[in-house]
Design a protein around this ligand. Sequence first.
Ligand code: TYD
Length: 213
Amino acid sequence: MTRGLLLSFEGGEASGKSVQARRLVASLHDRGTDVLLVREPGGTPAGERIREILLHARDVALTPEAQALLFMAARAQLVRDVVRPALARGAVVVADRYFDSTLAYQGFAGGADLDGLRELTRFAVGPTVPDRTFLLDVPVDVVVERSRARAADRPWDRFEERERAFHERLRDGYLRLAAAEPRRFVVVPGDRDEAEIAREILREVDALLATPA
Ligand code: TYD
């Protein structure tokens, strides 16, 4: 049995983090590791409903503060219903976005008060903080180009029609979060071959799994 491990994937729009989260889950699963992928917002019935309002309800105006509260509500439910029980049985939980997304999107990029968001994070997740957070870091030019290509074949999403300045604040915010917690964050340059990135992440996770709890 592996020890319970919480890993989160973070990054801006079209950073490739979801692809990498899925690849890691597949690699661990193939080896017989008890592994679970959760996505934010979502992952519980309440979370999926909240996701609909947050992402797809075009007619619902939401300030960054209101967005943060909804993301945190979904997160509080997910942590208690899904994440903690899985960690308790020794599973590896891979989160496609977690609380750093709220700090980066609603805080650094959206302008919501960061201290308030940190308090809210403690309230929502308590001690359930990732053992490692992989930040897929991609230059803003690449983000803008990839997002444009992606938006064409997807339904409307509140967070995808953002101007360049937003993507810049977002990237800068993520890098600040990483610099403030260098032991938790691994910054992964994301503008590279997918398979190579996946190998790098798997090596890091293997090292973590080999370390006694
Ligand atoms: P998602 O479907 O996860 O797409 P992707 O992660 O591939 O961009 O969409 C989630 C969107 O919600 C994304 O634009 C980021 C945003 N978001 C926040 O603004 N704050 C949060 O706390 C979270 C979890 C997501």
